[in-house]
Design a protein around this ligand. Structure first.
Ligand SMILES: [Zn+2]
Length: 384
């Protein structure tokens, strides 16, 4: 029964997508050739280069391909889910797949990650941003990650209080899911945001890695799109095909993640572990743009020293607020948020970024026969 539902989803899901493409009228008509591989649609890199105005047919350097239009940069790694977009690491749902002289990128990654980052002003159905729900992770009996200097629940609450003061000074209405050392059930946390029109939801956490104490740096999570595995999962499971409440704002959440992440990395010299995907309850159940910020590792000696420093936490709160300001201007005025390079230009030149010590799996795709077919689309990657 489950298998049949999966097959029906693949068949009718694809038909729906083509119908939706055809229904959109837009200025930038393009011919897109879709390639079918492992039951999914892919597009080729040269197709993508033409659509976004990148130089065409760039040759790989080793397993990396870098394309630069002067306004936007992409760095792809063959057979890897890791991609660098405008100087910042992102994690795709499926590896970039070289096949028969083509370099293929999944249509889902194009729609849910690449398009909202390269053309955030094209995202549909933005609402004004007047309210911010800040969610300090953990609380009460749930201490979260620990270092010799303190615990995650206290640092997260402190950063949220600092961000609240800054946001209120700018005229935002701010709500904290907890303002004391209590545990609030996860499913209750996004409810306040869901009830509040014109709101965004930001959960604040600090990381830990017992296996790898050298792991350090920032991460931001946005909800995994329907039909994609989360960043830590190597394979697709049936659960990944379910639609979650937060999937209605997938592309807005990705734009929010990028605006906050570029600001964090641009103002604080921490390692870039990337914008990742997960189905954490707090972002899965939020029906407004939502992200989960990981502000460094309490298990890493130098990260934990920084996190214990109130001045550094103030910087982190300020960076999150700057990212939220950028998202507000995008949502309300279609103004593209500042990128890492824009922030870097304002940083002292002596500041260098740290290595994350990140060890992440890159699911490999086995070579298979692909069947190309050509279709016409106008605005092919709009969010749904
Ligand atoms: Zn946490």
């Amino acid at each position: 029964m489950r298998l049949w539902r999966y097959i029906l989803f693949l068949v009718f899901g694809s038909l729906y997508v083509y119908a939706a493409y055809a229904a959109h009228a837009g200025a930038q008509a393009a011919e897109w050739t879709l390639y079918r591989f492992e039951g999914r649609d892919y597009v080729s890199l040269d197709n993508l280069e033409a659509f976004y105005g990148f130089p065409i047919q760039v040759t790989p350097a080793g397993n990396r391909i870098t394309v630069d239009s002067g306004k936007a940069q992409l760095e792809l790694i063959l057979n890897s889910r890791e991609i660098v977009i405008n100087g910042v690491t992102q994690w795709l749902a499926f590896p970039v797949h070289p096949q028969e002289g083509k370099i293929l990128i999944s249509r889902l990654d194009l729609a849910k990650t690449i398009e909202p980052l390269l053309r955030p002003w094209m995202i549909q159905q933005f609402q004004a941003v007047r309210n911010v729900v800040l969610d300090p992770g953990h609380g009460g009996y749930d201490k979260g990650a620990l270092s010799s200097q303190g615990c995650e629940k206290d640092f997260a609450l402190d950063v949220c209080r600092r961000a609240r003061a800054r946001l209120e000074a700018e005229g935002f209405r701010v709500f904290l899911t907890r303002d004391s050392d209590v545990f609030v059930p996860l499913e209750e946390r996004p409810r306040a945001a869901n009830r509040m029109p014109n709101s965004v939801f930001v959960s604040v956490h600090f990381n830990c890695s017992v296996e790898n104490p050298s792991a350090s740096g920032f991460e931001v999570f946005a909800l995994t799109p329907r039909g994609a595995p989360s960043t830590t999962d190597d394979v697709l499971s049936l659960r990944d095909l379910r639609s979650e409440p937060g999937n209605v704002v997938d592309t807005q959440s990705m734009a929010l993640a990028a605006s906050v992440y570029h600001s964090m990395l641009g103002s604080i010299p921490e390692a870039d572990r990337g914008i990742k995907r997960a189905r954490f309850a707090v972002i899965r159940l939020a029906t407004v743009p939502s992200i989960l910020v990981e502000g460094g590792f309490l298990t890493n000696p130098s990260d934990s020293m920084l996190i214990a420093n109130p001045e550094w936490r103030e910087k982190l709160a300020a960076a999150i607020v700057t990212g939220l300001d950028g998202f507000k201007r995008l949502a309300e005025n279609k103004e593209p948020p500042k990128l890492l390079a824009d922030y870097r230009r304002e940083l002292p030149s002596s500041v260098t970024l740290r290595d994350s010590g990140a060890v992440l799996t890159n699911a490999k795709a086995a070579p298979q026969v692909i069947i190309p077919r050509t279709i016409w689309m106008t605005q092919p990657f709009l969010s749904r």
